[in-house]
Design a protein around this ligand. Structure first.
Ligand SMILES: [Zn+2]
Ligand SMILES: [Zn+2]
Length: 346
């Protein structure tokens, strides 16, 4: 079988916002990437409008083998109910459920920001940091009226026969601890999924205070793609992406961030910018990471802001000699195996 591996950039904007204004409002949909290998489709993250973008891309839910979630921020998960509830209508998946693979429960609260002016407590103390399995259960419960109706009246099978949620188990030997060691050094990429077409490995990336936060690599017989998730520059990501055929990396415009918080106190602005520096990556840094990893191609996505001038993102090319793409939504990017940029230069 010719695998023709490629990704479809279903949505390329990051952050829980509708970027832009007027007719441009929401021009880029929320972060979501379809990985296509032969007839199979694997989804990474489910940002705003990703379910309808999946349909607009001409992809069929029957092709879907797995949904992979890098971390549980809303800009990566807000359309998961769209996939679960409309995808539930897929026939014939009872013997072959779609895996929904993502982070487990954090297990403890993150530290409270020292700038808090008073006590802060979680909204839902009984489940303040739900993982993927619990999140899917909560979503199904939220739609209990719909699910009961369709099971009792339309005789649909349980939605769990179509979607099988699974929390990623972080190997103990990494030394991972959500507060004390959220991004251990030298993580050996670990397998989270395997079938006849792909092996998916993960690593822990740096997106505090979210923990765990993952990057994923899809390895096929015809090429590989590595998707960074949300992260500051991170050696674990470089290791995961070593010699990958396509690196899809997040990027933030820090000049935009500095201007966006100009109406708050200097202390609050500095705290916010510090958060972005610890949790995200500039386009120039993304270029450096791609070079360090020897990535054969680089594309930036999870663009923040989602309405920046393309020249902002082109700065990645200052530190990366290989092919650089700034995709629009619904672009196709091949990750068929190619020689590395270094090999090109010889
Ligand atoms: Zn994000
Ligand atoms: Zn995030």
């Amino acid at each position: 079988m010719n695998l023709h591996p490629y990704v479809v950039t279903l949505g390329t904007a990051g952050g829980p916002r509708f970027w832009g204004a007027g007719a441009q409002q929401g021009h880029r949909c929320g972060i979501s990437t379809a990985v296509v290998v032969g007839d199979a489709v694997y989804l990474v993250d489910c940002g705003r409008a990703s379910a309808s973008q999946f349909a607009a891309a001409g992809l069929n839910p029957k092709q879907l083998r797995g949904i992979f979630i890098t971390h549980l921020h809303s800009d990566h998960t807000v359309d998961l109910p769209g996939f679960l509830l409309f995808g539930w209508m897929m026939a014939g998946r009872e013997d072959n459920p779609v895996k929904v693979i993502g982070p487990g429960d954090r297990g403890m609260l993150p530290a409270i920001n020292p700038n808090a002016s008073g006590p802060v407590s979680p909204q839902f103390p009984d489940a303040p940091t739900a993982g993927t399995v619990k999140m899917v259960e909560h979503l199904f419960r939220a739609y209990s009226t719909d699910i009961t109706d369709r099971m009792l009246d339309s005789l649909r099978p349980s939605p769990y026969t179509v979607f099988q949620p699974e929390d990623i188990q972080v190997p103990v030997e990494t030394g991972f601890h959500p507060n004390d060691n959220p991004t251990p050094d030298d993580v050996e990429p670990f397998v989270i999924y395997r079938d006849d077409l792909v092996t998916v490995t993960a690593t822990l990336v740096a997106h505090p205070p979210i923990a765990p936060a993952f990057a994923f690599r899809f390895e096929t017989a015809a090429g590989s793609v590595t998707i960074s998730g949300d992260t500051a520059p991170c050696d674990n990501l470089v290791r995961l992406a070593t010699d990958t055929d396509l690196l899809l990396h997040e990027a933030i415009d820090m000049d935009w961030a500095a201007a966006a918080y100009s109406d708050v106190s200097a202390a609050t602005r500095e705290a916010t910018l510090e958060h972005h520096r610890k949790s995200h990556t500039t386009p120039e840094q993304a270029g450096q990471i791609a070079t360090a990893a020897g990535a054969h191609r680089l594309a930036l996505h999870h663009l923040v802001p989602g309405n920046a001038n393309p020249e902002v993102w082109a700065q990645a090319g200052r530190h990366y000699d290989g092919p650089l793409q700034i995709p629009q939504d619904l672009d196709h990017l091949s990750f068929a195996r190619t020689p590395s940029p270094a090999a090109h230069r010889i």
